[in-house]
Design a protein around this ligand. Sequence first.
Ligand code: TIU
Length: 224
Amino acid sequence: MTTKVKLEMEPKSGEVDPSRSALLIIDMQRDFLEPKGFGESLGNDVTKLQRAIEPCQRALKAARDKKMLVIHTREGHRPDMTDVHPYKLNKRGACPPVIGQPGPNGRILIRGEPGHDIIPQLYPAASEPIIDKPGKGSFYATDLEAILQAQSIETIFVCGVTTEVCVHTTIREGNDRGYHCIALSDACASYFDEFHTVALKMISAQGGIFGSVSSVDQFVKSLN
Ligand code: TIU
């Protein structure tokens, strides 16, 4: 038997089944949130992303308390970099190559390096799957869909960074695969304030063209 709960969300509030829901925490990695990592090397102010940490912690606690499936993702590449395509590596010369360069947290965006790992504040429990992804979307070249199908998931609560890049790409991919993707607005963050705002609007516009938008408070309230 399923027990659905009410959730306030845009564009239309409704019911979700926590037992068929997952919390997906996107790329809360040191390389995006701490100085001298990937994000800062691209010219960004990493403190803007740190705003999502506390809301993500609250969402994570609520999901863990409810025994909801929690999945973490990390963007990154093999140490030999054979899975980095030329466009991603140097963007046709638009900026110097960053991936694989040495930094204080190891080689940037390379699996196994300290900077590639998830920040301590949101560190995955041993039982929580971690998806290592080479791209922006969490479905591309990963086994995320196999996990969601095996666990009978129909709704994905999405948080993490950055709103308009990896969060958005993942929500678009999830929507096309038939999942109801719900962004938790305050638990997402961008290096660009205006992109964060517009990216969230784009999800719920047109009757929820890509999914829905809710907040951590509403998520926690729905689970209590
Ligand atoms: N640069 C940027 O905004 N984001 C990324 O490169 N990856 C993610 O969003 N995780």
